[in-house]
Design a protein around this ligand. Structure first.
Ligand SMILES: O=C(O)C(=O)C[C@H](O)[C@H](O)COP(=O)(O)O
Length: 214
């Protein structure tokens, strides 16, 4: 078997469902139930942002959920890459694409979804071997028309737009041929998680899972 590159591993994860819920978890006690609800609703790929104290404990609690793939988001430093890996993360997401983060994820054998929005940023990521990228912040970086424009000179690059993606505009993104999936907080917003609204989260996940990409 031909070994997959890091970016191919990331693309395979991104292709599992049209939406990656971006999760901001304040209390790790909610993590397992949250992951179960999302996976049951048809969204197996989950991004836990490292923006809260509870994030690593939440990743640890979610990593064993059957059928789930839990990644660490907002990865900004080499140390965070290793902490995420130790907690059981199966991929990492970064808002940008620095050499430090790219090398750390390769050293840790952690598939990375690095961020890029301009042609130069995309080409820089390509030079490191990454052609499955997070397009962040999507809504303020030109939205779906910008992705369409990038596809002309850079047709081999695929994206996961994140930031300002809503149920109303998700299909604008997903209908672009260079979009594999979108990332968004809409499926499991912090309020719903803190209130333990698992039924609501599962219902939104089910709706999101019906959207189709590309
Ligand atoms: O922290 C990160 O790494 C991020 O990805 C930033 C935002 O959490 C996502 O972009 C979700 O944004 P919204 O769906 O607009 O709420």
């Amino acid at each position: 078997m031909i070994p997959q590159t890091q970016s191919e591993r990331t693309r395979a994860l991104c292709a599992l469902a049209p939406v990656i819920p971006v999760l901001v978890i304040d209390d790790a006690a909610h993590a397992e139930r949250l992951a179960e609800s999302l996976v049951a609703g048809g969204l197996p790929v989950l991004e836990v942002t490292l923006r809260t104290e509870a994030a690593l404990a939440a990743i640890k609690a979610m990593a064993g959920i059957a059928g789930g793939h839990v990644g660490a988001g907002t990865v900004l430093t080499r140390e965070q890459v290793y902490r995420a890996k130790d907690a059981g993360a199966s991929f990492a997401v970064s808002p940008g694409a620095t050499e430090t983060i790219i090398r750390a994820c390769e050293d840790a054998s952690l598939p990375l979804l690095p961020g890029a929005v301009t042609a130069s940023e995309v080409m820089q990521a390509n030079e490191y071997g990454y052609d499955m990228l997070k397009f962040f912040p999507a809504s303020t970086s030109g939205g779906a028309p910008a992705l369409k424009a990038l596809s002309a000179p850079l047709p081999h690059v695929t994206f996961c737009p994140t930031g300002g993606v809503t149920p109303q505009n998700a299909l604008d993104y997903l209908s672009q041929p260079n979009v594999i999936c979108v990332g968004s907080s809409w499926v499991a917003p912090g309020k719903a998680v803190n209130e333990g609204d698992w039924a609501g989260i599962e219902a939104r996940a089910r709706e999101a899972s019906q959207l189709s990409a590309g």
